[in-house]
Design a protein around this ligand. Sequence first.
Ligand SMILES: Nc1ncnc2c1ncn2[C@@H]1O[C@H](COP(=O)(O)OP(=O)(O)OP(=O)(O)O)[C@@H](O)[C@H]1O
Ligand SMILES: [Mg+2]
Length: 363
Amino acid sequence: MAQVDIIDVGHSYTPDAEEERWALKPLRLTFEAGKTYALVGPSGCGKTTLLNILSGLVTPSQGRVVFDGLDVTRLPTKARNIAQVFQFPVIYNSMTVYENLAFPLQCRGWDRARIDVKVRQVAKALDLDDRLRQPARRLTADDKQLISLGRGLVRDDVAALLMDEPLTVIDPQLKFMLRRKIREITEQFRPTVIYVTHDQYEAMSFAQEVLVMKDGRVMQQGTPEQLFEAPASTYVGYFIGSPAMNFLSVGQDHGGFTGDFTLGGRALAMAWDIRTSGAQAQVGIRPEYVKVVPEPGVNTFPVRLRGVQDHGPQRVLEMDLAGQLIKAKVPREDGVPGAKEFLIHLPRTKVLPYVDGHLATVP
Ligand SMILES: Nc1ncnc2c1ncn2[C@@H]1O[C@H](COP(=O)(O)OP(=O)(O)OP(=O)(O)O)[C@@H](O)[C@H]1O
Ligand SMILES: [Mg+2]
């Protein structure tokens, strides 16, 4: 496995386009060796473009791609020592499952005994060991994709394992199981993994670090916890989380700076002290941290219930707070408040300040 550095890499599919229209705006990133990353973002944000630049399918308009100190920008895919798993299975129908898994190793000149050990190890991890002698053409689309994954995982000498939405064709029931398997296997074999998905849940449950993309830019790179607890922008707050983070406009008592914010005319305490002169100030709070409370106190606000959504083990309460929508995600057993009007509490350490769409400070 390798450390992958992207140094001022940018890409435009049309020559001479102004930078603002590039599919990937120039960026600098490091993927550390042996770590698992997810690239997540809406359709067209540049995920595949970035992945294809890493694999060599696309030569970037500018910048350098470096694997463990070696500049690979101009090297073809096969010279980069990477494994790839695509949206649709890439397997040889004329071969057995065993032969499919063994093939990438034969190509690299491994001896038979070594191939056998490795193929059986990966087949076992993917629960394919009882089907090794079956012809691949008889398998379901799910199983074929499992083999594609296996082909990516058999080689433990790869610099990186690149996956582009590999679970798209997979039956939803199986997705959960497969995601766990990929995770187990990557924990066992520790390749550098870069995994593209547009599903935030997949990204957050799978990767050690998530990169949230928008319009060819990486908006934030962080652990799932960092993205949940401290989104760097309102965009990330909306994109990550279900339902999205609440963002509420706040007033400021003393025009300049300090934490003298008001929400619906009442004082709002925050654990942060920020300067916000003249800018549009908002606060963000995750629905998971908004609590219905019986008694007034610091940071309690009267709300009116607008609606209730069922989210299985949780309910989402939609409330009106002085004309602004705020949501709370509450455990099902808490029930729905009996009255239409009640109080909610916003814990001060969970209320984050945003100025012009960006997190305004660090704790
Ligand atoms: N071969 C191409 N030629 C021209 N434009 C392209 C090409 N491939 C992608 N684009 C454009 O580049 C931008 C980024 O596309 P990309 O495929 O990287 O997005 P993505 O995040 O992978 O989207 P999706 O989730 O739909 O797969 C889009 O505006 C897309 O239309
Ligand atoms: Mg794509």
